[in-house]
Design a binder for this molecule. Structure first.
Ligand SMILES: [Zn+2]
Length: 226
């Protein structure tokens, strides 16, 4: 690099791949500097954090992050909910496009194409689960997008979070039942699934009982636990 401005430097053909890779990164970053060598995105000079912010891909901010990642929900439920929110689960519609499977019919109902929309909203199995959960929580759960629907509710925080814990558990159960159908060829009855989720969440919910201030919320909470 001697006697050559670093932004113009090009590695010789016989140098190592590691040095060539470093030079490729250098070429990308050279666009962030002015012709006089000033780092354009930070007046006081280059820093690792400003470099990272400059080069990383930018995506629109999502509104559901707190509904997915929080200390109330069970981690494995949050993980599946996160993949669902990003439509990143490897469902049959994607596998069909890649030519990995011959058809994309839903494992749970065997009728429609297995997409995120279908599996977590439209499938008759899912609708039955959501109806049972609505009964259980004494709420008219909106089937289209439960996370967005819940965000709009002017409820006490505890009520929202308890409902969220149930919703995430429901999403996880749908994914679990779908995989059982795929691997074992069996699906549990929706009533049994809701009962299992209730057993799983009971201890966790009991711990929160003392946090509820309003008597109407306490009454609702009791019906959710038992
Ligand atoms: Zn289905």
């Amino acid at each position: 690099m001697k006697d050559v401005p670093w932004s113009f430097y090009q590695p010789k053909p016989d140098v190592s791949w590691a040095w060539k890779t470093i030079c490729k990164v250098k070429d990308k970053f050279s666009a962030g500097f002015s012709s006089t060598g000033l780092w354009l995105s930070r007046p006081s000079g280059y820093s690792v954090s400003s470099g990272y912010q400059w080069i990383r891909p930018k995506y629109p901010a999502v509104t559901w992050d707190k509904m997915v990642w929080n200390s109330w929900c069970i981690a494995k439920h949050s993980f599946i909910t996160w993949l669902l929110a990003r439509e990143a689960l490897q469902l049959k519609d994607k596998l069909l496009l890649l030519g990995i499977i011959p058809d994309d019919r839903c494992f749970l109902c065997g009728i429609a194409s297995e997409t995120h929309q279908h599996l977590f909203i439209q499938c008759c199995y899912t609708r039955k689960l959501i109806a049972l959960l609505s009964q259980k929580l004494h709420l008219g759960l909106h089937v289209a997008n439960l996370l967005v629907w819940l965000q709009t509710k002017p409820w006490a925080r505890i009520k929202k979070m308890v409902t969220l814990v149930w919703i995430q558990a429901l999403y996880y159960s749908i994914w679990h039942q779908r995989n059982k159908a795929r691997l074992e060829g069996v699906v549990q009855r929706p009533e049994n699934v809701v009962q299992q989720v209730q057993c799983l969440l009971k201890c966790r919910l009991l711990e929160w009982h003392a946090c509820i201030k309003r008597s109407s919320d306490r009454a609702w909470f009791k019906t959710v636990i038992y």
